[in-house]
Design a protein around this ligand. Sequence first.
Ligand code: SF4
Length: 460
Amino acid sequence: MSAVTTVEPHYASTRNACKLCSPLGACIAMRGIEGCIPLLHGSQGCSTYIRRYGISHFREPIDIASSNFTEQTTIFGGKENLFTALDNISRFYRPAAIGVASTCLSETIGENLPMYIKQYESERASGLRNNGGCNPVVFFASTPSYKGTHMDGFHEAVYAAVSVLAKKSANEGRINVVSNFVSAEDLRHLRDILDSFSAPYTLLPDYSESLDGASWETYQKLPSGGTAISDIEKMGGARATICLGSSLPSERDAGAFLRDRFGVECEYLDLPIGIENCDRFFEALSRVSAKQSADRFVKERGRLIDAYIDGHKYVGGKRAIVYGEEDFVAAIASFLDEIGVIPVIAATGAQSARFRERVRAALKNCREETEVIDDTDFVSILAKAKRRECDFIIGHSKGLYIARELGVPLVRCGFPIHDRIGAQRILHLGYRGTLNLFDLVCNALMEAKQDQAAAGYTYI
Ligand code: SF4
């Protein structure tokens, strides 16, 4: 009898991508700068898609301007459209900054946006533009989506803003924290943690208010909130930069720029999810600020350990699939390992040489082989998932159909979450955020057990 070999069909295309468009990440980061409006250099469809994605997650209006490419612009170039867009935005929104991001189309036809922006600024300085006397800072993030993910766009936008705005300034013990694509609630919690160390700081970007603010009496063209431009300017004089997420490219990230240009010490940390990662984050803040963590965070850590003890019988030995952004997956894998869950598959749509090594380093207790996959899509994840037993999946809402196929619960976290209310208020970071995730995981497993039991349980 001959052995049967199954040959997987080879697809060159991505099917049901496990990543999002690069300018989308740039737009979210730009909305985290006070008075900044994103402008996409490309066709209207790109900004419409990104607005729809952002609005469905944050449940807030998100204005994203477009230079509105047409067939002619695609052939002859979009310089005039860009200049008109910069004029119109300056007149109607009167922003403090305009973040220009490229799109697949403008990158493909080779638009030289740094040169265009210089020419525009020169015309503006000569009084030749119809900009209503408003002269916002203009910065540019190159975000071709065909070779990057929303995380590349996010980091590129932060880098672009810092490289244009940061200045050498007096060291007043300031701490820079470069955040990641986290929830609005995470950013509020980070601010709370940073406030507790009583040192001046710049948290960049910070869309905790601009993308999750209070309701308005009258429509605001530019919602309040965001990192103040004056605080970004001071980043060049900080004592240190802490970058959340170790997936950053080494040459085009804000931390590396501040280190190389201004000599600001820079440290890359995994997202503070799980006790070990949180400890490292608090230790770094203690060291840089020369202050102890506040007692309430020590108590939060204690409550988290207590919860781990209370809930271990529900999660110990369970098997999970985690997917999403590289930093998010690495941090969640570490958290799962900490609570005794086996991450059987850890997957990201990003192409990353370091992903495997990072996830493996995070798994200190797991005795079973974890399939670590980068540059993948949901069709491939599902094919692999069908060969592994699994009790739940954890990630954003695009994984719902995998959960359905496997008949297991989906623990929703990360971005995007389009099928539930409150995505922007999910807390993932810090001891308190980890506790929230732990409760979500435990309760999802308990609910699944309850649903599957014919007799039902009211006491598990
Ligand atoms: S064309 Fe490119 S930039 Fe535009 S929405 Fe699609 S992936 Fe994003």
